[in-house]
Design a protein around this ligand. Structure first.
Ligand SMILES: C[S@@+](CC[C@H](N)C(=O)[O-])C[C@H]1O[C@@H](n2cnc3c(N)ncnc32)[C@H](O)[C@@H]1O
Length: 243
């Protein structure tokens, strides 16, 4: 087991999260708005509000949940981010007063849960908070174990005159865990940005959904409704709670 807790990510990433070149949220916002249903939306692992803020601006009533008050504070500094109601808690096991017609778990955040057991508990908590007919949208990268040789890898991804950025990973195919640390080296010091994760294949995710009483409604390779196939690097699954 690794030394990682639900609160670890936020304080380590809060100052640089919005500088990472994440994809623009426009296509995701379009996709999600079309599936909003008639009730409220909940984003698990809402982070700095990358998708949540534009969704609210589109008129989607939305609440958030995150383990890290520090990263939510970043969202609070943004226009529209200060008004979003956020519960601090663990997405593996949460109890909220409201029910939702749409629950979101975006940008690989399911993988932040380090064990299969926690990931199943997350699906069960989601199912308990969905209205009948409500949808759960999960976005994850497609695992590619061929990236790793001899149980790990190091990859230099940015070299400048006064800095170098390196990603160092270990990979355990028995537990499906990737322990990843982004290393920034400068003359005045080194900074570490860890992201420990447990990946799941779409088939395993479908079984977790089934255990929780949800069923697969749609599967896509991209927010722009690109069909999911063997070449997909991204994976978007839409699960439904039977009406
Ligand atoms: C990769 S960020 C994604 C943020 C946002 N959803 C986005 O799309 O930009 C993952 C987020 O999940 C949160 N998180 C990690 N583990 C969590 C847990 N067990 N329960 C709740 N939130 C968690 C982190 O604090 C962080 O804000």
């Amino acid at each position: 087991m690794v030394d990682w807790s639900p609160e670890t990510y936020g304080p380590r990433w809060k100052n640089v999260y919005d500088e990472v070149g994440w994809p623009r949220p426009d296509a995701a916002v379009e996709f999600l708005s079309a599936r909003r249903g008639s009730g409220r939306c909940l984003e698990l692992g809402i982070g700095t509000g990358r998708v949540a803020i534009p969704l609210v601006a589109r008129g989607v009533p939305l609440d958030g949940l995150d383990a890290s008050p520090e990263i939510v504070e970043v969202m609070r500094t943004k226009p529209g981010g200060e008004a979003i109601e956020v519960t601090i808690g663990d997405m593996a096991d949460f109890k909220l007063e409201r029910k939702y017609s749409l629950i979101l778990l975006l940008l690989n955040s399911l993988y932040a849960l380090q064990t299969q057991e926690d990931q199943i508990r997350c699906f069960e908590s989601v199912a308990a908070h969905l209205e009948p007919g409500g949808l759960f949208v999960v976005e994850t990268f497609m695992p590619d174990p061929t990236r790793f040789r001899f149980g790990g890898r190091a990859h230099v991804y940015e070299v400048g005159l006064d800095h170098v950025r390196i990603e160092a990973d270990t990979f355990d195919r028995a537990t499906q865990q990737i322990l990843e640390n982004h290393i920034e080296v400068r003359e005045d010091g080194i900074k570490l940005y860890p992201a420990f994760l447990r990946y799941t294949w779409p088939s395993e995710m479908d079984l977790m959904a089934r255990i929780a009483g949800l069923r697969l409604r749609e599967r896509w390779g991209d927010w722009a409704n690109v069909p999911f196939d063997a070449s997909s690097e991204n994976h978007i699954a839409v699960y439904e709670k039977p009406a």
